[in-house]
Design a protein around this ligand. Structure first.
Ligand code: PMP
Length: 361
């Protein structure tokens, strides 16, 4: 049998594993920060109606510039944004990949602040850039000082800040992002994949965009929007940033089917986001019960919590899996990450956590 290593594959890919979590169906999947609620029936009906007129046109390429979808995204974000400042791709992973291809690449350096989203270094390196990192401070927080010092030390071309941060849930203020922006002349990519889960009224880095063409805010419909299967990520920035990614994107990368279902979902934004408040409640319920049981939980503004205090996280992971509950072992000592589920799923996890705690005592 041919093994991967027998192929003339790139040397830097030898021995690597593809990114990805197990996808075996389990009763309680709390490992990839999805929204556990299905797309509402009224939205599905609208999608089916619109698809009926799009499907016969699939013999043609889709709108390469997906102008209507960008209009909908601008309307959804508000902040005075217009269509030319929006861009989308198949998930924010592809958005980030396009940004790194345009602004990082060979001979350039990307700075991140771990623990953070593990695809950031993968995508940055995939563009040919070097990845450098600086650790977070107390309670995983980023301060102006910490960020500016890291930029001064590493002299990056691109800085990535994830807020609320995956996997810690930590929010980073616009003051810190602004300090990063002012400390160098490269691009600041703000990954706001989970921002809709923050307290309503929390400022977004979108507020920083006017007059700052080196700031990009990346978002996704995969999390709060309950639309991970559709694969729709997007960014907002100065219109010239859109011109830059046009140089690296594949032509027609967003299918006509993706464009139409995303447009319908955005038209129904309030309905799609209906469960966000409920998920905040479930997140807080996990945090407070885990604290009562003696675990330490990082304050989270996202739809998951990072729970510290497992002497053997892998063993705890297996314990939960035996109960058909999937959580995330991200390799942080003593910690596991758990996504907010439906009330029933959250109950199942908290019951299992209580039993695990007793069994480990
Ligand atoms: N950014 C962060 C911080 C994430 O956690 C994720 C998904 N885990 C993504 C981006 C990518 O999500 P998607 O490609 O589904 O938009």
């Amino acid at each position: 049998m041919t093994r991967l290593d027998d192929l003339p594959i790139r040397d830097d890919l030898r021995g690597k594993e593809p990114y990805g979590e197990p996808m075996d169906p389990v009763l309680v999947p709390l490992n990839v920060n999805e929204n556990p609620f299905p797309v509402p029936a009224a939205v599905v009906r609208d999608m089916l109606t619109e698809l009926e007129s799009v499907l016969p046109t699939l013999n043609r390429y889709p709108d390469r510039e997906f102008l209507e979808l960008r209009e909908h995204l601008a309307d959804y974000l508000g902040h005075g944004l217009v269509r030319d400042q929006l861009w989308a791709a198949n998930g924010s992973n592809e958005v980030l990949q396009q940004l790194f291809l345009a602004f990082a690449g060979p001979g350039r350096r990307v700075l991140g602040f771990p623990p953070s989203y593990s695809m950031h270094p993968e995508l940055a390196r995939g563009s040919g850039a070097d990845w450098v990192e600086a650790p977070r401070g107390q309670d995983y927080e980023l301060t102006e000082q910490l960020v500016v010092d890291a930029i001064t030390e590493h002299k990056p071309d691109v800085v990535v800040i994830c807020t609320p941060n995956n996997p810690t849930g930590t929010a980073t203020s616009n003051d810190v992002i602004l300090a990063a922006h002012d400390a160098f002349d490269g691009m600041v990519i703000v990954d706001e994949a989970y921002v809709e889960f923050a307290e309503p009224g929390t400022p977004s880095a979108l507020d920083l965009l006017p007059g700052r063409p080196r700031v990009v805010v990346s978002r996704t419909m995969s999390k709060a929007f309950a639309f991970a299967g559709a694969r729709l990520g997007y960014f907002a920035a100065d219109a010239t940033v859109v011109d830059a990614v046009r140089l690296v994107r594949l032509p027609y990368h967003l299918s006509a089917v993706t464009q139409v279902v995303a447009k319908v979902a955005l038209r129904h934004a309030p309905n799609m986001l209906d469960e966000v408040a409920a998920l905040r409640t479930e997140r807080d319920r996990i945090a407070s019960r885990a604290s009562e049981l003696g675990y330490r939980v990082a304050p989270s503004e996202a739809n998951f919590v990072l729970i510290h205090g497992f002497a053997a996280p892998r063993q705890a992971f297996e314990f939960f899996l035996a109960r058909d509950i999937l959580v995330r072992d991200i390799g942080i000592p003593t910690a596991l990450r758990v996504s907010a589920g439906t009330p029933e799923q959250t109950d199942a996890f908290l019951d299992a956590l209580e039993d695990y705690t007793k069994s480990a005592a």
